[in-house]
Design a protein around this ligand. Structure first.
Ligand SMILES: Nc1ncnc2c1ncn2[C@@H]1O[C@H](COP(=O)(O)OP(=O)(O)OP(=O)(O)O)[C@@H](O)[C@H]1O
Ligand SMILES: [Mg+2]
Length: 224
């Protein structure tokens, strides 16, 4: 079965690129190809830089607590179990996970598990972040906070981001460029450059122009 048919995307260094498309069209497959977890049957792709991949299903180690899950990449890198890394503790606070350090994954909510996984992905400290619906189970306020955090680390740490989402507002708010995919086998039905000034906040970008762009994305999503 063909999943991706005619996909050509380019992501520049330090760019924030989003991919939106209907469920089952192949967005996660695209990220898996970029992460080199699966190979494509035809076509080719080139990447320069290292990638870290936050999968759609939150893969935490059930026997490790929140803190030990978060610091896993640091542990692998240094071979040490640093219990009190100040940077990590600060991030735990910023992510609203303070007080839950000793909880195990089955004792926290889905949204919290997402945040733990995102933090772990960030601490892998690679050039390219591949994020598959990282905020999908968060409430609206929490989601906006996490979006702001992501933009901050993207800006301050000069990352390249490929971001999969179903949420058009989120894509418009975060991205330099958005690719819209059709149903399977997926082709690109739209490409859009939001172009709002940065740093962004929602108050600033809600405008007539914004609504028009949102309608354009919705139209592209309806193309079969
Ligand atoms: N490991 C696999 N083996 C075979 N088929 C797969 C596999 N993973 C995904 N598929 C198929 O590939 C297609 C695309 O799946 P994919 O997970 O990439 O979609 P998606 O766009 O990420 O969907 P969603 O928005 O629901 O996450 C689906 O039809 C799915 O059944
Ligand atoms: Mg998916």
């Amino acid at each position: 079965m063909d999943v991706l048919k005619d996909i050509s995307i380019s992501v520049g260094k330090n760019e924030f690129v989003s991919v939106v498309g209907p469920s089952g069209c192949g967005k996660s497959t695209l990220l898996r190809i970029i992460a080199r977890l699966v190979s494509c049957d035809s076509g080719n792709f080139n990447i320069s830089g290292t990638t870290s991949y936050l999968q759609q299903t939150t893969l935490l180690m059930p026997w490790r607590n929140v803190y030990s899950n978060i610091i896993l990449p640091l542990e692998i890198k240094t071979g040490r179990k640093d219990r009190f890394n100040e940077e990590v503790l600060e991030l735990i606070r910023e992510f609203g996970l303070e007080g839950f350090e000793n909880y195990r994954p089955d004792e926290i909510s889905g949204g919290m598990a997402k945040r733990v996984a995102l933090l772990r992905t960030y601490l892998e400290n690679r050039d390219i972040l591949l994020l598959d619906e990282p905020f999908s189970s968060l409430d609206a306020i929490n989601r906006k906070q996490m979006q702001q955090w992501l933009l901050k680390i993207w800006r301050n740490h000069k990352k390249t981001v490929v971001f999969v989402t179903h949420d058009i507002d989120e894509a418009l708010f975060l991205s330099d460029k958005i690719y819209i995919l059709s149903n399977r086998p997926a082709v690109i039905t739209g490409e859009l450059v939001p172009g709002f000034d940065r740093p962004r906040n929602y108050d600033k970008i809600y405008s007539k122009e914004y609504i028009n762009m949102k309608m354009e994305v919705e139209r592209s999503l309806l193309i079969k």
